[in-house]
Design a protein around this ligand. Sequence first.
Ligand code: PLP
Length: 396
Amino acid sequence: MNNRQLFLQHVAQTSDAPLALEIVKAEGMYMWDVNGKRYLDLIAGISVCNVGHCHPAVVKAIQEQAQQYMHLLVYGEFVQSPQVAFATLLTQHLPKQLDCVYFTNSGAEAVEGAMKLAKRFTGRSEIAAFNRSYHGSTQGALSILGDEYWRNAYRPLLPGIQHLEYNNFESLELITDKTAAVIAESVQAEGGVNVPQREWLHALRDKCTATGALLILDEIQCGFGRNGTLWAFEQFGIVPDVLLLGKALGGGMPLGAFISSHDIMWTLTNNPVLGHITTFGGHPVNCAAGRAGFQALLDQDLLKDVNAKGQLFVAQLKHPAIKSVRQLGLMIAVEFENFPLNKKIIDYCIDKGIVTDWFLFAAECMRIVPPLIITEEEIKWACSIICEAAEAATRA
Ligand SMILES: Cc1ncc(COP(=O)(O)O)c(C=O)c1O
């Protein structure tokens, strides 16, 4: 059997139609398959490779840390300098009340940890989340996920979960003094790039403050410059009680985090002690990689061109088959009539050497969330291929 057949046989599948490209090398904006074909990456491993694939500073940090030490002990016992250095650097770039970082293995685990933290801190058990939000695939994260099709097969899920309408003022009335936390994406990603109104996020912040519910903002997908500022919440002028990070946090390595104030976080230390336990969370190699990636993002000043690059996509994506383009920075949803048409266009792009896909809750929308290092020429070329694909798919 060849590698593809072995993959289908021995690696657990989650769909009957995986992309199944066999990539042997990735660098910057590009991936190469086993036949030497080059692909421009328009999805950055789903908002992960913000500084590009295999950034030299990240690779170096991984190599150096791997030579020092890898796993030593479960989370929280030893002083591990890669964790300390990364937590310190992160908090230097966050509002002062977000000064304490719990490193996890993944985004979903950060969500789980934050939900537990909110229950402990408030002594309440209800959690509110939003329709069309995605927060991960573990049981707790699935319970708050905002789409019944994806939740239903796994019931019973967590009790006490309320789903509200995103960007809807009336819905906020359902947040009460029984609510432990409200969890929202600062910008909804898998819903197909839904940017909330500034006033609505302020009303949400105010309602949480008034009821004593913690506001948890999930920036696992929209953090790290994706929306044009380091953190998306900066653009809306609010600060959450808990911030969730993941994806780009590890610079290409698995890493998540929930971040809050030292006071709130302290509740995890008692009654019971060890309020959240992880063996590998905050792995030293991953923290070293994440710190190097974050430093590269800052040193290369990658944020400064994100908005202009996003706008260039919008300007270039002109075709009658494109119904709308929703965008904030380099998080872009290109809407077509339906999924079959979108899929045809995506397949054409992949054939031409451009990797893209669709959104979980907006299958009619093409996902464009490239590494932030994408150049003007690459954007123009990608858009010309997408328009060519739209023409071919609608003519056929
Ligand atoms: C907004 C958001 N939250 C949470 C998650 C879950 O992260 P992970 O897949 O690392 O568990 C994702 C993953 O796509 C996400 O997009």
